[in-house]
Design a protein around this ligand. Structure first.
Ligand SMILES: *Cc1c(COP(=O)(O)O)cnc(C)c1O
Length: 389
């Protein structure tokens, strides 16, 4: 009898030991910037009273109206933890918080749309998850497992599905971001981070056709720098040159490479595309040109439609020559906020070149409608870009 008890006892001891081992293995950080477990229990605390009724959906200033909830999680002790969905509210932090001084901050931007049948659809969200991690690596921040990002995103959108507008062109704009939160004055990567996702219902992002200027003094990004990352500091650095251009009457800049100012990079915070006959020409993504998901969709669809896509280095000289010769039929910026932002004129040094009117832009007009319908689930999703929430 005693012997049996002894055997059972050692067995349990053994099991207990095995359990302990597996727990410590699961929770051990692989290295400082990566965790092993890639799902977390998300604690959902719904607000007691929604603000939905107070919102005038016909009149939504872009990026100023925020949905009821946000997703928050903390990176502490080498792992992501305390995942929660709670009411949208202000953050409180120490004045010594690292991000406020040294700018370790990255973000993403994507949209959810509502289909005719009331389904909520996300457009290529895994691409945002991947790009967020590329930005994180460059800024010495911890990565977020893609499955965890997707779970956080879909749960949040599900909780606030009533905030996804359904009129044409409208969407729920989604802003995931990560900041360094050590309370420490000194330059080193933070040990602690906060990741948040909040959302804003937005109407069609209407931009007047843009007058843009090719910039030859300032640059947005330089080789070896952070241009390919959605790092907050990149945007801070672009404000002053953009302001100078606005004072001269331009809406935006066309950035060129920082070493020679001979190659076209981006337009404002969008990728830039030119149409010449049956060709779509766009500067190839690099460490100074951000790999936009909209641009990737545009080039993929252009290929599907039988256009020749030239995704390569594009020189200022060739664009200016083509403008002089009247060969450029369409030019536009591509990005999530506007999808397509038509460029009306391009100025290089003393000369301004006007492009054909918006009504004649066959490709980009058709593309805009196509993408809008696709995102709303009204077209066949041949590339598996849509994720239903
Ligand atoms: C976000 C961004 C883009 C566009 O990327 P999308 O994925 O299409 O929204 C282009 N350029 C810069 C600099 C950006 O920050």
């Amino acid at each position: 009898m005693l012997k049996i008890l002894y055997i059972i006892g050692t067995l349990f001891q053994h099991l207990w030991f095995v359990r302990l081992l597996s727990i410590s293995y699961l929770h051990a950080p692989k290295n400082k910037s990566c965790m092993i477990a890639d799902t977390l229990d998300i604690n959902i605390q719904q607000v007691s009273k929604s603000r939905l009724e107070e919102v005038d959906f016909q009149n939504l200033p872009f990026g100023r109206v925020f949905s009821d909830h946000m997703f928050v999680m903390n990176y502490e002790g080498g792992k992501w933890d305390h995942a929660r969905i709670e009411g949208f509210k202000s953050l409180s932090m120490s004045p010594a918080t690292s991000v406020l001084h040294y700018g370790q901050a990255i973000f993403e931007g994507l949209k959810a749309h509502k289909s005719k049948d009331g389904e909520v659809l996300l457009f290529r969200p895994q691409d945002n998850a991947r790009r967020l991690n590329q930005s994180a690596i460059r800024m010495c921040m911890p990565e977020i497992p893609e499955s965890l990002f997707m779970e956080a995103l879909t749960k949040l959108i599900d909780v606030d599905r009533g905030w996804v507008p359904d009129s044409a062109g409208s969407a729920l704009y989604i802003r995931p971001f990560m900041i360094a939160v050590d309370e420490y004055v000194g330059i080193r990567p933070s040990d602690n981070y906060t990741f948040i996702i909040f959302t804003c219902p937005v109407n069609a992002y209407y931009t007047e056709p843009l007058h843009v200027k090719i910039e030859e003094k300032y640059s947005r990004a330089s080789s070896g720098g952070t241009g390919y990352a959605k790092a907050s500091g990149n945007y801070a650095a672009s404000l002053y040159p953009a302001k100078l251009a606005q004072e001269e009457g331009y809406r935006q800049l066309i950035w060129t490479d920082s070493s020679e100012h001979k190659y076209i990079e981006e337009s404002g915070t969008m990728n830039i595309c030119f149409v010449m006959g049956n060709r779509l020409i766009t500067p190839k993504s690099s460490d100074t040109i951000l790999a936009g998901i909209t641009k990737d969709s545009v080039t993929t669809i252009a290929r599907d439609w039988g256009m020749e896509v030239e995704d390569r280095r594009v020189s200022v000289d060739e664009v200016v020559q083509a403008l002089k010769d009247g060969q450029i039929s369409e030019a536009f910026g591509a990005g999530t906020a506007a999808t397509i932002a038509q460029i009306e004129s391009i100025t290089f040094r003393e000369n301004t070149y006007n492009l054909p009117g918006k009504e004649n832009r066959t490709f980009s007009n058709k593309l805009y409608d196509y993408l809008d319908n696709l995102k709303r689930g009204a077209l066949d999703d041949a590339h598996n870009w849509i994720i239903k929430v």
